[in-house]
Design a protein around this ligand. Structure first.
Ligand code: ZN
Length: 345
């Protein structure tokens, strides 16, 4: 079985919303638990921390910041709520880390050791930086707690920039780029060695990060716009920039970001996922393509309905001509490669 290190899951949310849910026993619903991860060859992944608090009332926005722009844009969420939610998610991740079957990893060496030891490896990832204030002090705090990956925005605006709304079909050029706070966030992430994730960001934001960051460009869970014209996917021009930076793109299994018609039919054949991988490999090279399921946060195709069914995807890729070395790169080695470049050895 080819090991899979996964670029994105929203599994933490299930547990924060239902504290009695046991990650280490098989669950009847959802996509990832320890048992099904092991069955499918999943050796670890990025565990996302994402807040779905209600949008701020417009009047409260002025109090968000102390530097330009003077307010977070309409549609932003309450940072205090996001911070409280992030703290609960971090606490959950740290609780799992106390179990010998799970390890929160902070370095590439720790990640490799966890895989060698047969321990499920987790990377703490923020999907949207709402929990970080304009002074960026919380970034240092969360980094000390283990934060090693961050997407400045989810598909909504915040203090740092703008995310793409879920429209179809539409190009990712759907709004402004990074704010001055966003540019400062990128530079501080570079200094701390926090990987920057470009999934969900507008095309202008993508180029702002590309022109500001000194790290490889990464989209943890996005697909090829040429195959599925969703704003969540990357154009060939963006893919060329990812390749030039030695970056990586993780294949998203969400049917709506895979199907050429943007549909969410779960009967979508795995051949559609192979088409995306073929296109990504064509544009990024075999060293630039990885996996980023979006498990527990999206609508999965029947063929990979949960982590236990990951071998179906690897078998479909093998049937399409990918040899074992290529499958190991896509499965986990490309994540290791880019994390070593971003975090240091
Ligand atoms: Zn996402």
């Amino acid at each position: 079985m080819i090991p899979v290190f996964d670029g994105h899951n929203d599994t933490l949310l299930n547990h924060v919303e239902d504290p009695k849910r046991d990650f280490f026993s098989r669950q009847a619903d959802g996509h990832v638990d320890y048992v099904r991860a092991r069955e499918g060859g999943m050796v670890g992944g990025f565990f996302a921390i994402w807040a779905h608090s209600a949008p701020l009332p417009h009047v409260a926005e002025e109090s968000l910041t102390d530097a330009p722009p003077k307010s977070a844009p309409a549609g932003a969420v309450d940072p205090a709520g996001a911070r409280a939610h992030a703290d609960r998610c971090v606490a959950q991740l740290l609780a799992w880390d106390r179990d010998p079957r799970f390890r929160l990893v902070r370095t590439a060496a720790e990640l490799e050791r966890a895989i060698d030891d047969g321990v499920l490896a987790g990377i703490m990832h923020f999907e949207g930086a709402e929990a970080i204030g304009p002074d960026l002090c919380a970034l240092d705090t969360y980094h000390a707690a283990g934060l090693r990956s961050l997407g400045p925005v989810w598909s909504r605006p915040n203090l740092f920039g703008f995310g793409v709304p879920f429209e179809f079909p539409h190009s990712p050029d759907m709004g402004p780029g990074l704010t001055p706070h966003g540019l400062a966030l990128v530079r501080r992430c570079n200094e701390l060695g926090i990987m920057l994730d470009l999934s969900h960001i507008t095309e202008k934001g993508f180029w702002d990060v590309a022109h500001t960051s000194n790290a490889p460009l990464v989209a943890t869970h996005s697909n090829a716009y040429a195959v599925c014209p969703s704003p969540r996917n990357l154009t060939d021009e963006q893919l060329a920039a990812v390749r030039a930076s030695n970056g990586v793109v993780g294949l998203n299994y969400n049917t709506g970001f895979l199907s050429p018609d943007g549909g969410y039919a779960t009967s979508m054949p795995l051949a559609v996922m192979v088409r995306h991988v073929d296109h990504l490999v064509d544009k990024l090279g075999i060293d630039g393509v990885a996996l980023g399921s979006d498990f527990d946060g999206a609508t999965m195709p029947d063929g990979v309905k949960d982590a236990a069914h990951l071998p179906n995807l690897m078998n479909a890729l093998a049937d399409a001509g990918y040899d074992e070395e290529a499958l190991r790169k896509i499965g986990y080695r490309n994540w290791l490669r880019v994390l070593k470049l971003t975090w240091g050895e």
